[in-house]
Design a protein around this ligand. Structure first.
Ligand code: NAD
Length: 493
């Protein structure tokens, strides 16, 4: 897997490997560092400062000062909007470099990082910048005795902790950072230990955009130390977390000390349903992409495939054919469509599920490692597993889909809802009534009809049931980064 065929130089030195605290890149207080690895090769990319509890304390204090005394929350809304917009522009201008860091650290194809994910993050900052000038309240006619002028105003929360996973490091950081900033909050971001590099660079771009020192702090480090401290910190007013449901519970536990607000974007085991009247070719293509994109490391991945009996064989054979054609490889190879899993630990976890799946169902395609270095796994389709089997119930978070048959709408809705998760779902049909019936009865935060995995800055995203609390993106997200104050003025007095 040579990288010589691509103009980008993956070995170029990394500029930002220290913690960003109060506008300065600094070492951890105890001088500790940790290695970040390239999942395509297993090689060390660089050492990164390892923030611990004391570094989180420093960063929170910086964010606290910036919120309590600094210019950011007091700035004219249009000035705040302009800085956030500039950050979007800077991301676009920096797409090749920040995209390189994302591919190196996370493994996703460089062409997708530069051409898709970085522009999507930029679009998010551009979209969210507009809310700085639109955080309006309302006037309320009340019936209490007397004469009153009663109104609400929307206010920032204060210091917000953003805990980010490794599957879309830049984009999920942007989902949280952009609305937090638009509302006038200050933040401490804790990127995942596997993928700190793009977030550290994003921190640098925040400074270049004119966002004052201390408003955005980035502390790389481990979840059990830095993440835990951020979630429990008494001076943090809110924590927004994306990651596993198990860690989400720990965040809730940690947050209870000062009853900080909590947003949780957690796991999923999303049902993707193909009816017999669907455009089968489109359903095959969209469902294949809907599970294998990002090597299946997507909380919204369509990992449970339900296909009507009449078209089951055709769909499964079609998806298997497409899966076999997917080019799996180093993200710096120009023809790579999906990259490696993010780490050896995660590779072992997904490999474990491949073993479990062989005992619970049949392998239609895939099921093995690709190559001997790096953490690559073949796009895999299982079939014939019972609905209570582990591969149907548990989130695998890899390029693995489980296909099941159904005969009617009630049956498939019951199967789709038979899960503790409720993040996303897909429905493929030409029948408008079927589409709307499933969309209304499925227990999920998002439903895609005749498509899968469309994301947009203007579309709210998030889960129900154990997939979490709150929403990212769209105007809905602003509720999660602000509070409402009610002011009641006696106008007789
Ligand atoms: P994870 O929960 O282990 O880690 C996520 C983040 O939380 C990392 O930054 C980690 O360092 C931090 N963390 C870990 N333990 C912590 C603790 N005790 N206190 C505070 N922070 C802690 O998850 P992961 O392995 O990085 O990501 C994969 C999981 O995340 C999958 O299960 C996936 O479904 C889920 N995920 C969900 C969404 C979504 O939008 N719902 C998006 C991406 C990933």
């Amino acid at each position: 897997m040579s990288t010589s065929s691509h103009p980008v130089d993956p070995s170029k030195a990394i500029e930002h490997t220290q913690l960003l605290i109060d506008g300065e890149f600094v070492d951890a207080l105890d001088g500790k560092t940790f290695e970040t690895l390239n999942p395509a090769t297993g090689a060390v990319i660089t050492q990164v400062a390892e923030g611990g509890a004391a570094d989180i304390d420093r960063a929170v204090q910086a964010a606290r000062r910036a919120y309590d005394h600094g210019p950011w929350p007091r700035m004219k809304p249009d000035e705040r909007a302009a800085a956030i917009w500039r950050l979007g522009d800077l991301l676009l201008a920096d797409a090749e470099e920040i995209g390189r860091l994302e591919t190196l650290d996370q493994g996703k194809p460089y062409s997708q990082a530069v051409g898709g994910y970085v522009p999507a993050a930029a679009a998010l900052f551009h979209y969210m910048s507009g809310f700085a000038t639109k955080l309006e309240g309302s006037t309320i006619p009340i019936s209490a005795p007397g004469r009153y002028h009663t109104y609400t105003q929307r206010e920032a929360l204060g210091v917000v902790g953003l805990i980010v996973p490794w599957n879309f490091p830049l984009n999920i950081a942007a989902w949280k950072l952009a609305p937090a900033l638009a509302a006038g909050n200050t933040v401490v971001i804790k990127p995942a230990e596997a993928t700190p590099l793009s977030t550290l660079r994003l921190g640098q771009l925040c400074l270049e955009a004119g966002i004052p020192p201390g408003v955005v702090n980035v502390v790389a480090g481990y979840g059990s130390t830095a993440g835990q401290r951020l979630a429990e910190h008494p001076l943090v007013d809110k924590v927004s977390f994306t990651g596993s449901t198990a860690t989400g519970r720990r965040i809730l536990e940690a947050a209870k000390g000062n009853l900080k607000r909590v947003t949780l974007e957690l796991g999923g085991k999303s049902a993707n349903i193909i009816f017999a009247d669907a455009d089968i070719e489109a359903a095959i293509a969209g469902s294949t992409d809907g599970i294998f994109n990002n090597a299946g490391q997507a909380c919204a991945a369509g990992s449970r495939l339900y296909v009507h009996d009449d078209v089951y064989d055709e769909v499964v054979a079609g998806m298997a054919e497409k899966a076999r054609q997917i080019k799996v490889g180093d993200g710096f190879e120009p023809d790579t469509e999906i990259g490696p899993l993010v780490s050896l630990e995660h590779f072992d976890r997904v490999s474990g599920y491949l073993d479990i799946g062989r005992g619970e169902g049949e392998v239609v395609t895939g099921g093995a490692r690709v190559g001997e270095q790096g953490y690559f796994i073949e796009p895999t389709i299982f079939a014939g597993a019972a609905q209570d089997s582990r591969i149907v119930k548990e989130e695998i978070f890899g390029p693995v889909v489980v296909a099941s048959r159904f005969r009617d709408t009630d049956e498939v809705i019951a199967m789709a809802n038979d899960t503790r998760y409720g993040l996303s779902s897909g429905v493929w049909t030409r029948n408008v009534s079927t589409a709307h019936t499933v969309a209304s009865r499925i227990q999920a935060g998002n439903v895609w009809v005749n498509t899968y995995g469309v994301f947009d800055a203007a579309m709210p995203f998030g889960g129900v049931k154990e997939s979490g609390w709150g929403r990212e993106m769209g105007h809905e997200v602003m509720n999660d980064y602000t509070d409402v104050k009610t002011v009641c003025v006696n106008i007789d007095g």
